[in-house]
Design a protein around this ligand. Structure first.
Ligand SMILES: Nc1ncnc2c1ncn2[C@@H]1O[C@H](COP(=O)(O)OP(=O)(O)OP(=O)(O)O)[C@@H](O)[C@H]1O
Length: 581
């Protein structure tokens, strides 16, 4: 069952947006100033045109008219130059802000508690990354600068009209009721409409990804029809959500189209009447008529953009939602673990709504002990590993490391104290150095080489560019054993108090596994080690062995003690020994 990541509340989105703008406050201010200057220069042309008409009516000399024409040409040239400079600055600021946003998003996704990311499902995170982040980028890079430009330009034009003739400027008010009714109707429905649309898109993405990932299983169990049905249902929901937002847009644009014909006609009719009554000059009416058309262009553009802005802010709310998780899960620990002592006190755990898989486990692992956890498949070994590493929290009871609840530790600190190494290793498409310094950014090359040598990664010495060799992707595919060695080298670099090895050496052939484990034994010395043992020889080397059956602690003691006790461990040992040779 997946639980979607939250969507940030409008107030949080507003605060995040202001904080983002403030990161580039000087550049934002310069872009705004340039835009005001550009719009002011653009108003000069109609005003000068009005003066020209009046000069002509008054029979002034051609030389005067030429001067006005020259001034008009200069104003237009200045407006063009300033508009270019304003757009250039706004685009640069937009790009920088959108880069900040992307970087922050990646940081936050990497900070997400693993269980939250697992529950959210790959579809939700994928859609937020591939649809919402670019859409928010568009909002910041394109939509908002353009909207700001439109608002500033419209204000400057209206200001110029008022300056020429306040009564004629008042004609612009005729557009207001129509726009207000249309915009109110649209805005009331748009946020919910676009959020539903984004959610529906996530779900169809999730369903598609699940079908593709599990194609073989679906085929094996003849689940094709069921997967197609799920795909059809989610796509139908997506289609319905899209159709609804399309309907909202169609109705809204209709009111906009009608709203901008009114003021221009009113300026001409009222201005004409005023001219014949000697209240205004012909030039003033002409200037206002041109300005009333000019003002409608940015205004209309702005209103059309409301939809774009709505969609952008809906995406922004989803991007910020990821940050909301990080805050919700805020750690409460005030102290740091004192050592690597691990304690489970009455720990009971269940996955989501499923049955309990661990039942009241009590266990004390002294700092520096090497404990092997053995038991049949499904007994709960990996679940213990997840709880001790803090990925999941117990339903009842506590998991304590060095005197502090694991779940109360901030993620960064927890990662410094406890590391879980599983058999799933990811080699990032990056250099070998980058793949290693993930665990310790400040590590020197010699330290990296040493860590590689300790895990027996001899192949690293043969790489063409050494630590600078690009790995992963199509660059250099590593075999699973090498990938596992990189993970183990990272472990050495991370230097935690508690290490959990969950099938960590399972990808290696038995000889390599033994070599790595031997090498690791030296590295792990002094740390608390919990090894989920699938091969019993690892258990044999441990200080104590925990046998777990059906989520309950069945036996605990050293290899010899448990053999003597002749219980479940002794049976497992005999079976393994018998089959192993
Ligand atoms: N993500 C999950 N969601 C629901 N149930 C789960 C999940 N992971 C494990 N379980 C269930 O929890 C129980 C304990 O599983 P766990 O993986 O801890 O066992 P294990 O001893 O590590 O088994 P194995 O040796 O096969 O890895 C099993 O019944 C398993 O089906």
């Amino acid at each position: 069952m997946t639980t979607e990541l939250p969507v940030a509340e409008p107030e949080r989105v507003r605060r995040a947006f202001v904080a983002l703008l403030l990161t580039e406050r000087t550049r934002v201010a310069v872009a705004i100033a340039l835009r005001v200057a550009a719009a002011s220069a653009a108003t000069a042309a109609p005003l000068l045109m009005g003066r020209m008409i009046d000069s002509l009516s008054a029979g002034q000399s051609i030389a005067d008219i030429d001067m006005l024409a020259l001034a008009m040409a200069a104003a237009i040239a200045l407006a063009v130059a300033l508009t270019w400079a304003a757009s250039y600055t706004a685009n640069r600021v937009g790009e920088r802000l959108s880069a900040h946003l992307r970087e922050r998003f990646v940081e936050r996704v990497l900070q997400l508690p693993l269980h939250t990311a697992e529950q959210a499902g790959s579809g939700d995170l994928m859609t937020r990354t591939s649809v919402d982040v670019p859409q928010t980028g568009n909002l910041i890079r394109d939509a908002l600068p353009r909207a700001a430009v439109a608002i500033l330009t419209a204000l400057v034009y209206v200001g110029a009209m008022v300056w020429v003739n306040a009564l004629l400027a008042a004609c612009m008010l005729l557009a207001v009721p129509l726009i207000a009714v249309g915009a109110r109707w649209y805005l009331k429905r748009a946020r919910a409409g676009y959020l539903t649309q984004a959610r529906a898109e996530s779900r169809s993405g999730e369903a598609l990804a699940a079908t593709a990932d599990g194609a073989r299983t679906a085929e094996l169990h003849r689940l094709e029809a069921e997967r197609v049905r799920i795909g059809d249902t989610t796509i139908a929901a997506h289609w319905t959500a899209n159709k609804y937002t399309l309907y909202l847009r169609s109705m809204y644009f209709l009111t906009l189209e009608s709203s901008y014909v009114l003021p221009a006609s009113a300026v001409l009719v009222i201005g004409g009447a005023m001219y014949f009554n000697g209240m205004v000059s012909l030039g003033e009416v002409a200037a206002c008529a041109v300005l009333s058309r000019q003002v409608m262009t940015p205004l209309n553009f702005l209103l059309m953009m409301v939809e774009w802005l709505q969609r952008g802010f809906a995406s922004f709310a989803r991007v910020e939602g990821v940050a909301a998780v990080a805050t919700e899960d805020e750690a409460t620990a005030t102290a740091s673990p004192t050592d690597g002592t691990v304690e489970l006190r009455g720990v009971t755990f269940a996955y989501s709504t499923g049955p309990d898989v661990l039942h009241g486990i009590d266990l004390l692992i002294p700092a520096g002990e090497r404990l092997a956890v053995v038991g049949p498949s499904g007994a709960g070994k990996s679940t213990i590993a997840r709880l001790v590493s803090g990925i999941d929290s117990p339903r009842e009871g506590r998991v304590v490391i060095g005197g502090v609840d694991v779940s109360a530790l901030p993620l960064d600190e927890r990662r410094g104290h406890v590391t879980l190494v599983t058999q799933e290793h990811h080699v990032f498409t990056a250099t070998l150095r980058d793949n290693l310094t993930l665990a310790k950014p400040e590590a020197e090359d010699a330290e990296l080489q040493q860590a590689l040598a300790t895990v027996g990664a001899l192949w690293a010495g043969d790489l063409p560019a050494g630590l600078d060799t690009e790995l992963g992707g199509t660059a250099k595919e590593l075999d699973p054993a090498a990938a596992q060695q990189i993970a183990l080298a990272r472990l050495i670099l991370a230097d935690p108090d508690v290490v959990i090895l969950d099938e960590a050496t399972a990808m290696l052939d038995p000889r390599a596994a033994r070599d790595t484990e031997r090498a690791l034994a030296a590295v792990l010395k002094g740390r608390t080690v919990i090894g989920i043992a699938h091969r019993l020889h690892t258990a044999h080397d441990a200080d104590r062995i925990l046998v777990i059956e059906d989520g309950r602690l069945a036996e605990l003691g050293s290899h010899h003690e448990l053999l003597t006790a002749n219980g479940p461990y002794a049976r497992l040992w005999r079976t393994w020994h018998g089959t192993a040779g």
